[in-house]
Design a protein around this ligand. Structure first.
Ligand code: MN
Length: 254
């Protein structure tokens, strides 16, 4: 038996992203770190799995594997094929940009952690909040402390931790972290419509910064307060609270 925990690191920004370097570096002496990540940016691919073409794996450095697939492909291939043994932990990130509220459903970063969770492995997703000028030191340090805790204590079944780290000024550190729930965004007019040189219309989704609904206890609220947000996410999407209202569901069937 090898007592050194195996830690799988992945992301959706691609294996060459600075965020994944900082994360792998930060986790380095907690165990044996293996990076299996997409060969290019695959942000917002959600939990998609590649089934209709072959996947290729290239070892670009010792313990670093680039895959021509999605974050979910990477975690699945790593656990079921590439890794020499089962990892004790999956950590995904550090993403360039927040994964808060409803955006979690689009996130490749969070989906890599979902795949780990589905495979029965404790999993964490880490994102750096912001739009540019990302600094990963603080997020990497928090990921390291959280990973240490999770390696010792484990996580409740079917639960991943979605971490969002707000930006700080040079040399400063967030004053704390909060356990939060997923918030909501106010969906606005986020489509940009343009015309191409041949007179045909084209569109960009997500042109605007969408406004969060600032409710206390949410991930948005914590980050707005300058706190690191830690949201436990359950893969059971059932809305248990809706059962009462839906018990009235009566249809002439069969
Ligand atoms: Mn990304």
């Amino acid at each position: 038996m090898d007592a050194t925990p195996l830690i799988l690191v992945s992301n959706d920004d691609g294996i060459h992203s600075e965020g994944i370097r900082a994360l792998a570096q930060g986790l380095r002496d907690l165990g044996q770190v293996v990076v299996v990540a997409p060969d290019r940016e695959r942000s917002a691919v959600s939990h998609s799995l590649t089934l209709h073409r072959p996947l290729r794996v290239e070892e670009i450095a010792p313990g670093e594997y680039a895959v021509n697939g999605t974050p979910t492909d990477c975690v699945n291939l790593a656990v079921n094929g590439i890794l020499p043994r089962r990892p004790a932990l999956v950590v995904s990130g550090i993403n360039k940009g927040a994964n808060l509220g409803d955006d979690v459903t689009y996130s490749g970063t969070v989906s890599a952690a979902m795949e780990g969770t589905l495979l029965g492995i404790a999993s964490i997703a880490v994102s750096a909040v912001g739009r540019a000028g990302f600094r990963f030191e603080q997020a990497a340090l928090f990921a390291r402390r959280l990973a240490t805790w999770v390696l010792e204590r484990g996580l409740p079944p079917d639960t991943l931790l979605n971490v969002n780290v707000p930006p700080v000024l040079d040399g400063e550190r967030c004053r704390g972290f909060a356990l939060t729930r997923m918030g909501r965004r106010r969906y606005g007019d986020a489509i940009v419509e343009k015309t191409d040189p041949r007179g045909k219309k084209y569109y960009w989704i997500g042109g605007d910064e969408l406004e969060p609904i600032e409710e206390e206890g949410t991930d948005f609220h914590a980050v707005g307060q300058g706190l690191i947000s830690v949201t436990p996410i359950h893969l059971d999407l059932t809305n248990y609270k809706s059962f009462d209202a839906l018990r009235a569901l009566q249809l002439p069937w069969p």
